[in-house]
Design a protein around this ligand. Sequence first.
Ligand SMILES: Cc1cc2nc3c(=O)[nH]c(=O)nc-3n(C[C@H](O)[C@H](O)[C@H](O)COP(=O)(O)OP(=O)(O)OC[C@H]3O[C@@H](n4cnc5c(N)ncnc54)[C@H](O)[C@@H]3O)c2cc1C
Ligand code: SF4
Length: 564
Amino acid sequence: MTGLSRSLDHVKDRYDVIVVGSGYGAGVAASRLARAGKRVAVLERGREVLTGQFPSRFPDLKNDFQVTGKRLRTGSSSALYDVRLGEDMHVLVGCGLGGGSLVNAGVALRPDTRVFADPVWPGQIVQDGLLEEGFRRAERWLSPQSDPRAETLTKYKSLATAGKELGYTPIAPTVTVSFEGGVNAAGVAQPACTRCGDCCGGCNVGAKTSVALTYLPDAARHGAELFTHAAVRHLAKAKGGGWTVHVRRMDRNGAAPQDVVVSAAMVVLGAGTLGSTEILLRSRAHGLALSDRLGHRFSANGDIIAFGYGAKIPVDAIGVGYPAKIEGMEIGAAVSGQIEIDDAGDLANELRVQEGVLPSALAPVLPVLFIPNGRLLGALQSLINGVYKGPFAKLQTFFAVSHDSASGRFVLDDDQLSLVWPTAKDEPVYKRLDAVLSSIVEAAGGSYVKNPLAGTVMGHQPATAHPLGGAGMGRECGDGVVNHKGQVFDAGAGRGSTAAHEGLYVVDGAVMPRSLGVNPLLTITALAERAMLHMAQDYGLAFDDAAVGGTSVAPTDLGAIVAA
Ligand SMILES: Cc1cc2nc3c(=O)[nH]c(=O)nc-3n(C[C@H](O)[C@H](O)[C@H](O)COP(=O)(O)OP(=O)(O)OC[C@H]3O[C@@H](n4cnc5c(N)ncnc54)[C@H](O)[C@@H]3O)c2cc1C
Ligand code: SF4
């Protein structure tokens, strides 16, 4: 098995473009700018995990968590799941070559058109037609599709049964999963989904159409160099033009930290909502003139994960993994069914409720996770029977998305990113979600479990896996951090100025000035594609997004692309 990445030992002093991070936004930038003939370096703090190497047993999964709180730091800096415990809200993000796409459920939806009609966005977003082209490109490359067999899955049927009592009929939402198998736009041959349910543990089949199997191989095929264990600390303007990027090596295995400096004419930040905001906050502390809106307008996208325990109907929503731990069970992708609650009069009331699957590596500990809430008896029964038969075969998992007021704020506290949102738990969205979810759970004969870990180190704060904002778009420096193209405003030009720093962009979840009300990956990708189309116009670049032809490579052998 060979991969795309290389060690920082091989990094050059200078590139045309440095792309920071490797999730959706970064992947788009790396692919498009490499196609435009630029010498591109991608700097990712995490490690590369190839298809077949994702944790499938609990001891491995446990080692793939890194947890950071105010006075707490555990786990490896290259662990896949990065949990930030906050006093007001917890946040979960992915860490690794491919970013959140490695461990997400892949639900890919367009937001309601009213989202972009909100005047919080710069007007060009809806006026110049490039957002639509961005969505088209994102959909071509990530190929979202509904499971053609969704309605046959037990978890889908249980959502339909419970929903029917309340007048809701589920639909099969589009997910970035290849159900038929085939060669994707980047020339990677993806096998068909086995419906093993492990998408949020990492797809060991290669059927999830992640950034690691699309935009990043495409970038490498066009000459981009991809570096892992490379955490960017801050950036500064270089004397004579361009940027210096200060990078901490994360592959030192306990030895003293070592920083390297790489320079480039252009820097594109795609380190995610938390990563890009932190890099900009630190860069401002080092003297870079940035908008005083930096850190503001954080949104959790009205997103929660919740459970129903004790349903009277089978649910079968615990992954079996690949190779399958239980023969003959077809679970489905992490999300197969969704209930849509629309409100033509008030966008804020719109809800998307998705039935979810927990990864198979969690199976052995699920009963223990539910003990703090006093469900000991059922839990012990499941320990004995295995979670695929006892009460946990009726465990309902829900991912739900809606809208919030985007009033959180990131600050640097002792050089570490910290989220401040004291009123987060009082956001009206949580009451709405609780009401809908508990009625669905009760209709299935179970009881609603908002947070099985409440009372532990997790406390009672809300948690999100959809962090957005912090470097939000605006019309000018006084109301945003970046413009509609993702260019970073230069605060040195004064409040109200539209002047931007030459060659500095943000293209990830951080640029959203509000909640989206749907899972964000498709919008992040579309806005990044749009930013690249603007960059092409502004800098006279030429690239297309045509699918790669010729011989395909296997997801386990991406290194063949680098060697070619
Ligand atoms: C369990 C889970 C399930 C989810 N399910 C869905 C879903 O079904 N649909 C959906 O739309 N969204 C889902 N999401 C959210 C979605 O994955 C994210 O919104 C998306 O990945 C964000 O894309 P991004 O480009 O902003 O950054 P990310 O994908 O977060 O990528 C940022 C990358 O930058 C790296 N990085 C951070 N800081 C630095 C630094 N200083 N230096 C170098 N590299 C850095 C990170 O390690 C990461 O690889 C889910 C998330 C999780 C965790
Ligand atoms: S269900 Fe299994 S095979 Fe299908 S995309 Fe998810 S992890 Fe991959």
